[in-house]
Design a protein around this ligand. Structure first.
Ligand SMILES: Nc1nc2c(ncn2[C@@H]2O[C@H](COP(=O)(O)OP(=O)(O)OP(=O)(O)O)[C@@H](O)[C@H]2O)c(=O)[nH]1
Ligand SMILES: [Mg+2]
Length: 296
């Protein structure tokens, strides 16, 4: 048997650092949802990067928040921490070069022996002179990375080099997943994420963070578009009104955009129907969190 390398690699960092953008850039596939608002990713998303003789199982994780404010944020932190402590080898730690402060360096939860690749992301932006050097010095002192890379996940600059650094660190292992598989999630999961991405895109303030999406049914039909029904749960009646909009126009726009994005992802036609329901304060309600898939 020729040797085969395989391992799990966690992408970690503060909310909005660019982890999901980087996952997609490494895979060259739009798998994980992205938005300009922090706390977009709520689940660990596996994306499998593979080739002849290797399989890198990349884990996108929810952004790390130091002091979770509600049970949902707590659940997200548990999800990230688990990926970093149990699964990852190595960790790719992303720092938003435009936003991070060298005087306020965070340290992610991790196994002490787990190698770290430190990524200063968003290097395409114009930054104050000396900022990158200051960030590199501060984060290197705290995280003791094996390697520091400056890149732009958005523009793809430096991504190929990061890929090589990841592959060079994969241990010898047989494949963990069947070759050719891109993720361990089903189409239902991606459908709910694609709807949520459009909520982040089209709505503001607390609405994206107060919305959970549950796909109720996903039916493939012979010779006709797939039928996908999903419910958006919000926390209050007022939020329901905002999502629906005057005469239903905002819900229609959301449905159209999400349907187009889902069709693009699946490569086939879809009939998407969305319902809006209120589940009072679901982010604080352990049974709702469980029902919506935020606690395992
Ligand atoms: N200019 C620039 N913007 C970037 C880069 N990478 C990501 N972004 C932007 O940063 C924002 C956040 O990106 P995401 O990939 O959603 O960040 P994330 O770390 O996954 O965020 P959470 O899921 O909330 O933890 C989006 O608007 C991206 O387009 C980059 O290299 N350069
Ligand atoms: Mg993300």
């Amino acid at each position: 048997m020729p040797e085969h390398k395989a391992g799990f690699v966690a992408l970690a960092g503060r909310p909005n650092a660019g982890k999901s953008t980087l996952l997609n850039a490494l895979l060259k596939v739009k798998l994980s949802i992205v938005s300009s608002k922090p706390q977009t990713t709520r689940h660990r998303v596996l994306g499998i990067l593979e080739g002849e003789g290797f399989q890198a199982c990349l884990l996108d994780t929810p952004g790390l928040i130091d002091a979770p404010a509600d049970p949902l944020q707590k659940a997200l932190r548990v999800e990230s921490t688990r990926a970093l402590r149990e699964d990852a080898d190595p960790i790719v730690y992303l720092v938003d070069a435009a936003d991070a402060d060298p005087a306020a360096v965070e340290t992610p939860p991790r196994r002490p022996d787990c190698p770290v690749l430190l990524v200063l992301n968003k290097c395409d932006l114009t930054l104050p002179a000396g900022k990158l050097d200051a960030l590199e010095a501060a984060f290197s002192a705290a995280l003791k990375p094996e390697k520091v890379l400056r890149l732009s996940a958005l523009k793809g600059q430096g991504v190929a080099q990061l890929r090589d650094e990841i592959l060079a660190r994969l241990p010898e292992n047989p494949p963990f997943y069947e070759k050719g598989q891109l993720s361990d999630r089903w189409e239902r999961f991606f459908a709910s994420e694609i709807v949520r991405e459009q909520v982040f895109e089209l709505f503001h303030d607390e609405i994206p963070h107060a919305t959970a999406v549950v796909v109720e049914s996903f039916r493939e039909r012979q010779g006709r578009p797939d039928e996908v029904h999903a419910t958006l749960f919000v926390e209050r009646d007022g939020q329901k009104g905002i999502l629906i909009g005057k005469g239903g126009k905002d819900l229609r726009r959301l449905t159209e955009r999400a349907q187009a994005s889902l069709e693009n992802f699946l490569g086939r036609k879809v009939d998407l129907e969305l319902w809006i329901k209120v589940r009072k304060n679901w982010r604080k309600d352990p049974s709702a969190l469980k029902e919506f898939g935020y606690q395992s």
